[in-house]
Design a protein. Structure first.
Length: 383
């Protein structure tokens, strides 16, 4: 990579691993079980290396300040497979000294030797999919790990020497109770992790869960339940010393996910792997989804790009306001158009926004962030 590329301070590399052992009933990610795809792990890794070699020569890319390997189930590649992926990034884009390097992992495909191997290969952070500590909730989600496995995996990662470990939880699953959420939070806090992501369940069209709800086999999620559960989660985590820094993310001081902050703050990244999205300059583009087509295009020496769009200045602005107001830090006051001043003042008076040098949602305004953004952007447009 040339030296001019290395001057950009914030640039992420995302790697998508499209393999899963089984498909969870709520998932609509671009993932494939062994019966759904002909591409092998070895073929994927060979194609990924070709993509990264081609990508590193493109204008606008830079040395990586963060690397994030997601999926799918990256841990199916094993520590050595993930180490090979990281070596590919080093050899093509380069990785800045002190960069955050994360991999997602499913608890059922990890063990102490796996975490020790990740550290040896240079990973600095692990994100584990816990979802719930309730066996009944995990069954509804079609998750295969036992309730205690995610807790054990988090402790194994910490014992191996990882300082930064995240646990993901999902709330609002049909049949879930308040006690299920409390047990999940108690289990998370027992581990000593420094980061928690909590997402409300979204029932996506085309998933097994959507079909069960449509047939009446499961009740549909309720919006008021989401709000109550969110407040329970926020109160519990914040009382335990976690601070929210994005509407769905909490961390102990210094534990914030730098790669996700890069997205939310509007920096640039290259996404490699089937279906991965990239954002360079004012251009967003994405790769073909099917691993077989991905392999074929790279075998022909072509970047596996399936489509893209160029954002207008207005679209870029709207995206920055939308993402920035989900962050506790908010956005600079000057980013909000003068036509929206009345809307901002209305929400400040209601205790839902603060507005000094920066405009930001308050604790009370978090659940209403999307509606607040909609009102601000509509007022700007009417100016």
């Amino acid at each position: 990579m040339n030296t001019a590329q290395q001057s950009q301070p914030d640039f992420g590399v995302y790697i998508h691993v499209p393999f899963c052992a089984t498909r969870c009933g709520y998932c609509d990610f671009n993932t494939y079980t062994p019966t759904e795809v002909e591409s092998s792990h070895a073929e994927y890794l060979a194609s990924l290396e070709k993509e990264l070699q081609l990508a590193a020569q493109q204008p606008g890319v830079a040395e990586a300040s963060t690397v994030f390997i997601g999926g799918g189930t990256p841990s199916l590649l094993g520590a050595d497979g993930l180490g090979r992926v990281l070596s590919m990034v080093r050899d093509t884009f380069g990785i800045q000294t002190g960069a955050e390097v994360t991999t997602e992992s499913n608890p059922e495909s990890t063990d102490p030797a796996y975490f020790a191997g990740l550290l040896e290969h240079g990973f600095t952070r692990v994100s584990l999919g816990m979802q719930s500590a309730s066996a009944s909730v995990l069954r509804v989600l079609d998750r295969k790990h036992t309730p205690g496995r995610a807790v054990a995996a988090a402790k194994e990662a910490l014992d191996a020497g990882f300082e930064h470990v995240n646990l993901d939880m999902i709330y609002g699953t049909p049949t879930e109770t308040d006690d299920d959420v409390r047990r999940t939070l108690d289990a998370i806090l027992s581990t000593g992790v420094d980061h928690v992501s909590a997402y409300s369940l979204i029932v996506e069209d085309g998933t097994a869960m959507a079909r069960k709800i449509r047939r009446g086999e499961l009740p549909a999620p309720q919006e008021d339940v989401y709000a109550d559960r969110y407040e329970m989660i926020a109160d519990t985590l914040e009382a335990a010393g976690f601070g929210w820094y994005e509407v769905s993310n909490w961390a102990r001081p210094g534990g914030e996910c730098q790669h996700n902050l890069l997205y939310w703050r509007g920096a640039h990244w290259w996404g490699a792997g089937p279906g991965a999205h990239s954002f360079i300059g004012d251009r967003r583009f994405w790769n073909v989804k099917r691993p077989e087509r991905y392999n074929q295009m790279l075998a022909e020496g072509t970047l596996p790009i399936d489509g893209g769009e160029t954002l207008t200045p207005q679209e870029r602005h709207e995206e920055q306001v939308m993402l920035g107001l989900r962050l506790k830090e908010g956005v600079p006051r000057g980013m909000i158009g003068s036509g929206a001043e009345g809307v901002v003042e209305k929400y400040v008076a209601a205790g839902l926004l603060t507005a000094g040098e920066r405009v930001a949602v308050t604790d009370a305004g978090r659940l209403l962030a999307d509606g607040i953004v909609t009102d601000i952007l509509a007022a700007e447009e009417a100016e």
